[in-house]
Design a binder for this molecule. Structure first.
Ligand code: APR
Ligand code: PHB
Length: 389
């Protein structure tokens, strides 16, 4: 079998790239380790930057998002009983869109199936061969037999635990990592959101986040110990702890209900350089991870896809490799700024086990400066709504 591009990974990165290329007549096959239902069973974040919204529209997959998403013009930051709002539109002229990643991925799968583009599910033993040659190919097992696809390029969209990053030799690759000493326990419930915008809360008991998927479905998080297990937390325990971490007036408005999903995610900052090795390009979680505080995970995948898509089209339509040659440099320039914002907001809003009185004073100074200074709010909002591609 031959394909112009092989995309390893059928998450949002791989699917978005596949849809953009398909609309330009570029043949790309997606190899996904799991089933579609398994992929769609993952509960992930739900804040989309304008750049991602634009890409979804360019891919022709934005109808349901445009109909069902919620536009947020700002966010609330609470600490103790105090809280203040950062107005995105007033400071940047931009807003963000709330639309669950699961729904975005579902829309991309529906579009891919509708256009007949090839996706192979439950593939195993994917091996990238000849990435540093002019004749790369991918081998894998599918439906019990060994398969091979020869291609021009390989997009490694297979997430943090995929094979693509590992294919780049350690002599070529440099990895940067920071692991945070806590996790996020998330709960999804069919209850009305406690507030019309998100609330990020730094309380003496730890971080909490009030988010949403729609006006009838809410997503909440509380900072938890890495030794915790989701099953250790009954719904009631979660709701009680969430209330303790919110200003009283907000806690009083909280509508609780049975959890649809409850899970714990670890927090890490991670980047691998370079994001290209010969004919292999890393995109999204395969190349970088952010702590979810800044809602940048999916949005940094989007800018990778933007750069790679335009680079590939420049190659195929103009026989000019400038775009793909500069892919890693351009992607990393934006990634590192998103890493910084995600790290900075995580440091500002969480309680770390080793914090002393001085550290707490620094956090409060950070929060009060953000509360009181218009320039600080503009910088925060500029990063939150997304830096330009
Ligand atoms: N072969 C084929 N598929 C693989 C392999 C493999 N060896 N390893 C992993 N995969 C698949 C996974 O099953 C998953 O569906 O690759 C996909 C990677 O998807 P994601 O992990 O969602 O990564 P990405 O598409 O880059 O999306 C980034 O997802 O994790 C969140 O916070 C992150 O919102 C961000 C988004
Ligand atoms: C979410 O809705 O899951 C979400 C929103 C904002 C974040 C992280 C997660 O910063």
């Amino acid at each position: 079998m031959r394909s112009q591009v092989v995309i390893i990974g059928g998450g949002p990165s791989g699917l978005l790239l596949g849809q953009l290329l398909h609309r330009k007549g570029i043949d790309a096959v997606v190899l996904e380790r799991k089933t579609r239902d398994y992929v769609l069973g993952r509960i992930r974040a739900g804040v989309l930057e304008t750049g991602l919204v634009t890409l979804m529209r360019e891919a022709g997959v934005a109808d349901r998002m445009d109909a069902e998403s919620i536009v947020h013009d700002g966010t609330v930051i609470a600490y103790g009983e105090d809280q203040f709002r950062v107005d995105f539109v007033e400071t940047t002229g931009e807003s963000v869109v709330v639309y669950g990643q699961t729904e975005l991925t579902r829309d991309l799968y529906d579009a891919r199936e509708a256009c007949g583009a090839k996706t192979l599910f439950e593939v195993d033993n994917v091996v990238i061969n000849g990435a540093d040659s002019d004749a790369p190919y991918v081998t894998f097992t599918h439906e019990g037999s060994e398969k091979r696809i020869d291609c021009d390029f390989i997009a490694g969209c297979d997430g943090f635990h995929g094979v693509s990053r590992q294919t780049i030799p350690l002599t070529v690759r440099t990895e940067y990592e920071k692991v945070y000493p806590f996790g996020w326990l998330g709960l999804l419930s069919d209850t009305p959101p406690v507030h019309e915008e998100l609330i990020y809360s730094n309380s003496e008991r730890g971080f909490a986040l009030c988010s949403q998927r729609s006006w009838t479905r809410s997503r909440y998080y509380i900072q938890c110990s890495l030794s915790d297990h989701a099953e250790d937390w009954s719904d009631q325990m979660f709701w009680d702890e969430l209330r303790r971490r919110l200003p009283a007036e907000t806690a009083a408005k909280l509508v609780t209900g049975p959890s649809i999903e409850k899970s714990i995610a670890p927090l890490r900052s991670f980047v691998t350089e370079p994001m290209r090795w010969g004919r292999l390009f890393l995109c999204g979680d395969a190349a970088h991870i952010v702590p979810p505080t800044g809602a940048k995970g999916l949005n940094t995948a989007a800018s990778d896809i933007h750069y790679l898509y335009h680079g590939l089209m420049q190659f195929y339509e103009e026989k000019d490799s400038e775009g793909i040659d500069r892919y890693s440099e351009k992607a990393l320039a934006r990634i590192w700024k998103a890493e910084r914002f995600s790290w900075n907001t995580t440091m500002m809003l969480h309680r770390f086990p080793d914090m002393n009185g001085f550290d707490l004073k620094m956090q409060r100074a950070d929060l009060e400066f953000l509360r009181d200074n218009a320039d600080a709010q503009r910088v925060f909002a500029t990063n939150y709504v997304g830096l330009p591609f």
